[in-house]
Design a protein around this ligand. Structure first.
Ligand code: SAH
Length: 257
C-alpha cells in the first residue's frame, strides 16, 4: 500500500494526526527533501528506509514504490503542504493505477493556509473579496495563456502566488498591468510556520525591492489584495439580525439592545 501524505507547510507539528500515523508505520518513506522538514521523519520506526526525492527522477521514485509494493511494504510518499497543489502526484498516481497498485491520499495543511496564519489574515472578507486565486508565474513550467497573472489581476480578488519568488519584478508589473493599483497591500511570507519564518508587508509596487532587501529568493508565497488592509464589512453569518439554520435573527431594534 502506498500513501501520499501532505506534510504540512513546515512546522513539525503541523502534519495531520493521520499523516503522522502513516509515517510511524511506514517501512519506506520517500520525502520531498527540498521543502519537507526532515524533523517530521523522527517518528519513523527502526529499519525504515528513507529516500529524498529531491535527488530522484519520477522513474526512480516509481522503482522504489514498485519494489516496496512487491515485498508488501508500507510506503509513504511525503509531499510538502497538501499534495494537490504543485505536488506532481498525478503522474505518480497514474503510474500506480496502470499497475493496479492501490494507493491513498492523506491531505495536509497547504502553505497558503500557513501564510494566512502568519499574516493573521482572512482571505475572504465580505465586500472586499470572496475568492482566492491560487496561481504562479510561468517559469520553466509553463502556465496556460488564459491564466496569465494579468488576467487574474483584473478581478482584484485575493491572490496567493506560489513558485514565483525569483520573478517578483515581472510579477509586480503583471499585477499592476492587470488592474491592481500600485498601492494595493501585498505580503511576502517566507517559510511560513518554520522557525525562520519571515513576514514582509509592502505594496504591490514594492514586492521586488522588499524581497531583495530581506534577501528572500525562494520558499515564499506572495499574497496580494485589499484583505490585507483594515476595511471590511462584518460577516452576516454572525450578525445578530441574520437568521441561520441554527439561530433566529433578531429585529434591528432588538439587535441594537
Ligand atoms: N504543495 C505545496 C506547494 C508546493 S510548490 C503546498 O500545498 O504548499 C512549492 C512552493 O510552495 C514554494 O516555491 C513556495 O512558493 C511555496 N511554499 C511551500 N512551503 C512554503 C512555506 N512554508 N512558506 C511559504 N511558501 C511555501
Amino acid at each position: 500500500m502506498i500513501v501520499f501524505v501532505g506534510a504540512g507547510p513546515g512546522a513539525e507539528d503541523l502534519i495531520t494526526v493521520r499523516g503522522q500515523q502513516y509515517l510511524k508505520e511506514a517501512d519506506i518513506i520517500i520525502y520531498a527533501g527540498s521543502l519537507v522538514n526532515p524533523g517530521l521523519l523522527q517518528v519513523k520506526k527502526e529499519g525504515c528506509e528513507v529516500y529524498n526525492s529531491a535527488y530522484m527522477t519520477l522513474e526512480e521514485v516509481l522503482e522504489v514504490m514498485y519494489a516496496g509494493e512487491k515485498e508488501g511494504k508500507r510506503i509513504v510518499r511525503l509531499h510538502t503542504g497538501d499534495p494537490c497543489l504543485y505536488g506532481a502526484i498525478r503522474e505518480q498516481m497514474d503510474a500506480l493505477e496502470e499497475r493496479q497498485i492501490p494507493y491513498e491520499v492523506c491531505p495536509g495543511v497547504s502553505s497558503f493556509c500557513g501564510a494566512a496564519a502568519a499574516l493573521h489574515a482572512e482571505y475572504t472578507l465580505p465586500d472586499i473579496s470572496q475568492s482566492v486565486v491560487i496561481t504562479r508565474m510561468a517559469g520553466r513550467t509553463p502556465v496556460p495563456d488564459k491564466e496569465s497573472i494579468r488576467s487574474f489581476a483584473a478581478h482584484q480578488a485575493t491572490m496567493v502566488i506560489f513558485l514565483s519568488t525569483g520573478m517578483l519584478g515581472k510579477l509586480q508589473e503583471e499585477l499592476m498591468a492587470g488592474g491592481y493599483p500600485a498601492d494595493t497591500p501585498a505580503a511576502i511570507v517566507y517559510k511560513a510556520t518554520w522557525p525562520e519564518e519571515k513576514v514582509l508587508r509592502c505594496m504591490v509596487s514594492e514586492l521586488e525591492k522588499t524581497a531583495a532587501d530581506a534577501q528572500v529568493t525562494k520558499t515564499a508565497l506572495i499574497v496580494v489584495g485589499r484583505i490585507l488592509e483594515g476595511e471590511y464589512e462584518r460577516s452576516l453569518l454572525y450578525h445578530p439580525e441574520f437568521t441561520t439554520e441554527f439561530r433566529q435573527g433578531k429585529q434591528e431594534e432588538q439587535a441594537d439592545e
